[in-house]
Design a protein around this ligand. Structure first.
Ligand code: AP5
Length: 225
């Protein structure tokens, strides 16, 4: 499979972006770049960025654009991102999307597709309340919809499954408000640029992935144009 695929996963918190990204990175030789995972790693390591980001994350708000754009710019400049990428959780505001367009333009690159994983708020709440993540690498599970083989243990690396700090109900409610206000304008932004594909995220993870694969198989990639 060609690797020149510059893919963005867009959708509300808990839509299944991380779940689908896990499947995509198993099938495509592409780096998976999740700003949420990068921020959580910084919080864990107590870096300056992590200390600056923690308060926003714990409250369910967005970390300021300048911090996020600097972090993304650095990551996208790394060698492994030159042949394509899967972006999860970035961009999340119009200012971030503009910054990404500018970054890619300087590299002579373009976004291949933005996959909108569409899920209503009630479903988001159900999904997040049952989510468990692996402490070592952030692999995702759900106690009912996508359980691990052994309760509390990650199938992929055997580490403990934990609850995320920002998955408390009151924080989830704020994350949804923030999504509708600050991130959902990106749906029109990318639709107007002709790169948006909608995926019904309410189906099971395998069906959603089947739809994503079908969308990807119809795309022309950078090396085809
Ligand atoms: P981030 O980590 O990006 O969180 P998010 O976008 O809120 O998304 P989630 O990770 O909660 O959900 P997901 O869509 O990946 O769903 P998942 O696959 O886990 O960001 C966290 C925070 O960091 C932000 O709030 C912000 O503060 C900060 N941040 C990050 N990026 C930023 C940026 N660019 N700018 C500013 N701030 C930023 O699935 C959820 C559950 O559902 C799982 O249990 C899963 O097993 C289950 N599930 C998945 N798919 C299905 C399905 N099809 N059917 C049934 N269950 C399913």
């Amino acid at each position: 499979m060609a690797t020149q695929l510059n893919l963005i996963l867009l959708g509300p918190p808990g839509a299944g972006k991380g779940t689908q990204a896990d499947r995509l990175r198993d099938d495509f030789a592409l780096p998976f770049i999740s700003t949420g995972d990068m921020l959580r790693a910084n919080v864990k390591a107590q870096t300056q960025l992590g200390q600056a980001a923690k308060g926003y994350m714990d409250a369910g708000g967005l970390v300021p654009d300048d911090l996020i754009v600097a972090m993304a710019r650095e990551r996208l400049a790394e060698a492994d991102a030159q042949d394509g990428f899967i972006l999860d959780g970035f961009p999340r505001t119009v200012a971030q999307a503009d910054a990404l367009q500018a970054m890619l333009a300087t590299m002579g690159r373009r976004i291949t597709v933005v996959l909108l994983i569409d899920v209503p708020d009630e479903e988001v709440v159900k999904r997040i309340s049952g989510r468990r993540v692996c402490a070592a690498h952030g692999h995702n599970y759900h106690v009912d919809f996508d359980p691990p083989k052994v309760a509390g243990i990650c199938d992929q690396d055997g580490s403990e499954l934990i609850l995320r700090d920002d998955d408390k109900p009151e924080v989830v409610a704020n994350r949804l408000v923030v999504y509708h206000k600050q991130t959902s304008p990106l749906i029109d932004y990318y639709d107007q640029r002709g790169v948006l594909s909608r995926v019904d995220g309410t189906r099971g993870p395998d069906d959603v992935y089947g739809h994503i694969r079908a969308v990807l198989s119809t795309l022309s990639r950078e090396d085809d144009v």
